[in-house]
Write a protein that binds this ligand. Structure first.
Ligand SMILES: C[S@@+](CC[C@H](N)C(=O)[O-])C[C@H]1O[C@@H](n2cnc3c(N)ncnc32)[C@H](O)[C@@H]1O
Length: 297
C-alpha cells in the first residue's frame, strides 16, 4: 500500500470476504474489514446475523489481521417480517461456516436479543452491530438495551439508516443520535451509520469522524466502489448455479418434446391404420355423399 494513500484506503479495505450468503450487507464488507483493522476489537457483538454475511466479514478480517476477536452473533434464526421468516437450514449453514472457518472467533447465541443481554457485561464490547428488526421502536429498544455493553471509545454500527420504505425507522433514530465529530454515515447499501461511543480513541477513527465535507464525500464514494467488488463477486458465484438451472430446464424441455413427438407419431400410426381398414373403405360412399349435402348454417 502506498504510504501516501489516504487513511481510509488501507490494505484491508481491498480484501474480499470468504463467504457470500444472501445479504443486503454485501457492499459494506470493505468497510467491515477497514474498521476491524482501525479498531482492533477484542469483542464484537452482532444483533441480527441471518445467513452471517456481516458476521463472517468481521471474522474474516480479524483472522487475516491475526487479531483474536470474539464475535458473538445473536439471532433467533427464525427471521422476522422484514428479513422474512425462514427454516433451520439457515442456522445449519451459519453453524457449519462458523465451525469450519472461524471456530476460535465466532460464537452463535440463539434466542431473542433481550433474553441474551444479561450474558454480556457493561463496557465489555468494542464493536456493536445493530441489524435486527428495523422499525423505529425495535432499533430504539436494541440500542437502549445494548448501548451500555460498549466501552468508551468503542463503535456502534447501524444498518439500514438510508432505508425509508414503510416500516423502516433506523433513519429516525440515526437522526437523533448522529453528532458531528462522533458519527459517520454511508448512504449506499441501504445505509450504514457509524457512531462513536464517547471520544474516538484510535487515530483512523478520529480522522473518519472529523472528516470535512469534501473528504467525507471521497470516503463515501471510495467505500461504495470498494463495496461493489464484493457484490460483483457474490453475483459471479451465483452464475454456475444459475447455469446449472438453465441446463436442467433445457434438458426437461427436450425430454418433454420427445414425449410429445412420440405421442404425435402414435396418433399418426393409428390414423393410418384406421384409413386402411375395411370399415373405412366400406363407408367411403357415405362420406362422399355427406360432402355433397348442403352445410347447415
Ligand atoms: C436483516 S437480518 C440480519 C442480516 C445480516 N446482518 C446480514 O449480514 O445479512 C435481521 C435478523 O435479525 C433477527 N432478529 C430480528 N429481531 C430479533 C430479536 N429481537 N431477537 C433475535 N433476533 C432478531 C432476524 O431473525 C433476522 O435474521
Amino acid at each position: 500500500m502506498d504510504a501516501d494513500a489516504p487513511f481510509w484506503l488501507s490494505a484491508p479495505a481491498y480484501w474480499l470476504p470468504a463467504h457470500y450468503p444472501t445479504s443486503a450487507w454485501l457492499t459494506h464488507a470493505a468497510f467491515a474489514a477497514w474498521i476491524v483493522d482501525a479498531l482492533r476489537p477484542q469483542a464484537i457483538v452482532e444483533l441480527g446475523t441471518h445467513y452471517g454475511f456481516s458476521c463472517f466479514a468481521f471474522a474474516e478480517a480479524s483472522k487475516r489481521l491475526g487479531i483474536s476477536t470474539r464475535i458473538s452473533a445473536l439471532d433467533t434464526w427464525e427471521g422476522d417480517d422484514h428479513a422474512g421468516f425462514y427454516d433451520d437450514d439457515v442456522f445449519a449453514y451459519v453453524q457449519e461456516v462458523a465451525r469450519t472457518d472461524y471456530p476460535d472467533s465466532v460464537r452463535l447465541v440463539r434466542g431473542r436479543f433481550d433474553e441474551s443481554r444479561s450474558r454480556f457485561d457493561d463496557s465489555s464490547v468494542d464493536l456493536l452491530h445493530i441489524d435486527g428488526r428495523h422499525g423505529y421502536e425495535d432499533v430504539l429498544a436494541d440500542y437502549s438495551d445494548w448501548r451500555g455493553t460498549v466501552r468508551d471509545g468503542g463503535v456502534i454500527l447501524f444498518h439500514d439508516i438510508a432505508e425509508r420504505s414503510r416500516g423502516f425507522g433506523v433513519w429516525r433514530l440515526w437522526e437523533e443520535l448522529a453528532v458531528p465529530g462522533r458519527s459517520f454515515a454511508f448512504e449506499h447499501g441501504h445505509g450504514l451509520g457509524v457512531l462513536s461511543v464517547g471520544e474516538p480513541v484510535t487515530p483512523a477513527l478520529r480522522c473518519l469522524f472529523e472528516a470535512d465535507a469534501a473528504t467525507a464525500a471521497l470516503i463515501r464514494s471510495d467505500f461504495e466502489h470498494l463495496g461493489e467488488s464484493a457484490a460483483r463477486q457474490a453475483w459471479l458465484l451465483t452464475l454456475p448455479r444459475e447455469l446449472e438451472q438453465v441446463r436442467a430446464e433445457v434438458h426437461d424441455r427436450a425430454a418433454h418434446e420427445e414425449v410429445q413427438a412420440g405421442e404425435i407419431e402414435a396418433q399418426r400410426t393409428h390414423i393410418d391404420a384406421l384409413t386402411r381398414s375395411t370399415s373405412w373403405r366400406l363407408t367411403a360412399p357415405l362420406r362422399a355423399l355427406g360432402a355433397r349435402l348442403p352445410r347447415r348454417k
